[in-house]
Design a protein around this ligand. Sequence first.
Ligand code: SF4
Length: 371
Amino acid sequence: MDRIKRFIDCFVPVSTCNLRCHYCYVTQSGEADNKLPEFHYSAKHIAQALSKQRLGGICCMNFCGAGETLLPPEMPDIIKELLLEGHYIMTVTNGTAKSRFDEITTFPKDILERLFFKFSFQYLELKRLNIFEEFFGNIEKVKKAGCSFSVELTPCDEEIPYIEDIKKLCLENTGALCHITVARDNTKYELPILTNLPKEEYKKVWGQFNSEMFDYKISVFGLKQTDFCYAGDWTCVLNIADGVLMQCYKGKKLQNIYSNLDSPINFEPIGKHCLESHCYNAHAFLTFGAIPTADKNTPSYADMRNRSCRDGGQWLTPKMKKFMSGKLQQSNRQLKKFDIYKNRLLSHICAGQKKKEYRDRYKKLKELFAL
Ligand code: SF4
């Protein structure tokens, strides 16, 4: 059985999109500049940089653009090479780039079963452009080709009058209600929920979709994570175009993994130094188990994505469901207390805080444990 070794969130630096959603994070930050990224490395080079051998095993890689992920023409090849390498690939998409789905669904069947699409259901934009048929047609296409999928709505106050229509469309076309995420206001450090509703009312309105994803996200939304986090080791954030690997969105830069394919990757967990006000993508990082101590009551990533359909089918294939149900601690060693202490001292030294005091303590520890 395939076990997840690492979860790598791959940022695709595309800042253009064919839709104009008002709650989009690119629109919020004013970064939309209609540019496609420049890839300086071939798909084969990228797959070599991310080989199973170099990463220590089979990984789950999530592709997400600032704009529409599948617009860069290089994306199908990159996805294919990484699937051929044996990894599981997730692609976030607005579901409208028909020619990309046409191309991807011609890949060999045995690699498509390790491919998952997260269709962002941009209801208001699809309605404005009258392209629901195209959107659901693309979902049907990847499903028929043997891929897994999930449909997710970004809830906004303007969609509330259309909730019954949203439910009907999803039930009729995908056999189940869509999942619901929690939209955030990216312009503030606290990253609050993007709504004018009081939190309890927001929970009531969007809770009616019975989405495990919404229930879990809202339960941890706004909570500062203070336990030891393995981001930087078990999970990472990678810029897929230039190869810069980071611990997490706001973590330290680990290295450029494309420049020298022979150099090992120096993974280094962020530990207790998460720089975010809260783990807004906890539905991926924490469900896969980046913080093992938070894991006891945490559902699996498969729970965030799957739905059982009216016809008895499921959105995830059995193989994908099994893989997404795995936890990172099943294939990674947790650090002992001493290692955690060492990691904390090193972080302080790196941050230049109380340099002398920490250096002396680390020196004593080194002598004591003959490191
Ligand atoms: S708690 Fe979440 S946001 Fe913070 S470092 Fe860990 S994975 Fe990243």
